[in-house]
Design a binder for this molecule. Structure first.
Ligand SMILES: Cc1cc2nc3c(=O)[nH]c(=O)nc-3n(C[C@H](O)[C@H](O)[C@H](O)COP(=O)(O)OP(=O)(O)OC[C@H]3O[C@@H](n4cnc5c(N)ncnc54)[C@H](O)[C@@H]3O)c2cc1C
Length: 440
């Protein structure tokens, strides 16, 4: 029997409740700080709207930074899929609210000063403390919002988008002073000021600890370096790394690391790749399909190159199971998660595995999957062909008891989305559906 202490829905709702209470608290600050009682004075309504949207928008930004901090408890609870989902959900609201905040406060001050709005904006930037940096921050945020619109984002190289997107940290940092110095909810309210500063300091500490400190620590402990690059199929290579103390890595099958290859061209970005086999000290393996500049360059990395890792992350593991039986559905290179997760399944678990690819040669690691499934007395279905020839619905016919199984789906984002819809239509409960979309 499989241990089933996966992400706990009670802790998820508890976190949601705490976030909701925090939201209520910051949204309530402009009500109790006196801004609400001044609705009737000139500019009062715009001031209230501007203050409230500013507080709520910055609070959502705080939540987004916490989401991006790689806090292990959050990673376990939401998984990469959930973190990306919440990040994408909050991001447009954050930027829109902060922009509305700037517009309405400009209107409010213009009404009070009886000046044109554009003239007032000039006065605010030049005369009010910390407003130059706040204006630069707003420009950065709006810029990030624009380049993140799907139509624009799809035309920009991912690395460039990602680098610009990192400027959000700078924008939040340089806008902090104007919040504390000018925010009606903080001026004359020392407790609110201290609470806000502590919340941001703790959040910054999370980012520094988990995104910088831990990877450095892991790199020093494990000293990973490339031992071999092996071709697995068209455009797909396995990277075998050698390191120290790999038995100390608390990793489950299906989890991934953010890998940073220390070559002159690649050191500055870390990308997520799932371990395609559990570590066999002193070795650990990942398998990479070349789809863009970074992943294609992996095949050219020289033996001996040092590698730094962040992780392991992800909730796509046997611990997430709610039922005794399992169906793994892997699209293309999504087989990496299925392959390593299989190793964590008990010997009598009788897993059903569906490997989906357009061509036979794209069925990578299939022999290893066959062997792992065989010794677990399960079945592998290889679905090879175009989407038209082999629709995802055919899986429902192959696995009639799908609704009684935990269903793990991994692969490219659209594959995971479509296969998840198919599974839901086949009656799989949301709690028994586990997804790892290989999208970044
Ligand atoms: C949790 C997680 C685990 C992952 N595990 C693996 C893994 O084990 N092996 C692996 O090869 N990849 C894996 N990926 C995907 C991998 O991280 C990306 O393919 C890689 O980072 C792309 O970077 P790039 O700069 O090479 O390409 P980009 O410039 O980012 O992408 C180039 C183009 O390829 C598209 N693209 C991106 N990813 C895929 C994909 N998987 N399939 C088809 N098209 C794609 C993009 O939409 C874009 O159009 C994983 C992703 C996540 C989020």
């Amino acid at each position: 029997m499989i241990v089933t202490h996966g992400p706990n829905p009670i802790s998820f709702y508890a976190v949601l409740l705490v976030c909701g209470l925090g939201l209520g608290f910051v949204a309530g600050l402009p009500i109790v700080d006196g801004t609400l009682s001044e609705l009737n004075v000139p500019g009062g309504i715009a001031m209230f709207v501007g203050s409230t949207t500013g507080m709520v928008g910055t609070y959502l930004a705080l939540l987004m930074v916490i989401l991006a901090s790689r806090l292990p408890a959050l990673e376990r609870m939401l998984g990469q899929h959930g973190i990306i989902h919440w990040h994408r959900l909050l991001a447009p609201w954050t930027i829109a609210l902060i922009t509305v905040h700037a517009v309405f406060l400009s209107l409010a001050y213009a009404e009070v000063a009886k000046r044109g709005v554009l003239k007032e904006v000039g006065v605010i930037i030049n005369k009010f403390p910390s407003m130059v940096s706040a204006t630069v921050a707003l420009g950065i945020m709006v810029g990030i919002g624009l380049i993140s619109l799907p139509r624009i984002r799809s035309r920009i190289p991912r690395e460039s988008w990602w680098l610009v997107h990192l400027l959000m940290y700078l924008a939040l940092f340089i806008s902090f002073a104007h919040e504390i110095v000018l925010g009606p909810s903080f001026v004359g309210h020392p407790l609110a000021k201290i609470g806000w500063a502590i919340a941001w300091l703790l959040t910054a500490a999370l980012v520094v600890t988990y995104r910088i400190g831990f990877p450095i620590y892991r790199s020093l402990v494990h000293r990973l370096k490339v031992a071999e690059i092996r071709s697995e199929g068209p455009g797909v290579v396995s990277v075998i790394l050698e390191g120290r103390h790999l038995d100390r890595l608390a990793i489950s099958g299906g989890q991934f690391f953010e890998w940073r290859f220390m070559t002159p061209q690649m050191w500055w970005q870390a990308h997520p790749f799932t371990v395609s086999a559990l570590p066999k000290p002193p070795y650990i393996r990942l398998t990479v399909k070349g789809v863009g500049n970074f992943s294609r360059a992996v095949a050219q990395i020289k033996v001996g190159t040092q590698v730094s890792v962040e992780g392991p992350y992800g909730a796509f593991t046997a611990f997430a199971m709610r039922r005794g039986r399992v169906l793994l559905i892997a699209g293309g290179v999504g087989v990496t998660a299925a392959r390593s997760l299989l190793e964590d399944l008990p010997l009598k678990s009788r897993p059903i595995v569906v490997l989906r690819a357009s061509r036979d040669e794209d069925l990578i690691l299939a022999d290893e999957v066959d062997e792992l499934v065989r010794i677990r007395k399960g079945v592998v279905h290889r679905l090879v062909g175009s989407r038209e020839a082999i629709p995802l619905n055919s899986i429902a016919k192959l696995v009639p008891d799908m609704a009684k199984r935990d269903v793990f789906i991994s692969g490219p984002e659209d594959f995971v989305r479509d296969a998840s819809k198919m599974a839901r239509r086949a009656g799989v409960d949301a709690k028994a559906l586990h997804q790892e979309a290989y999208s970044i």
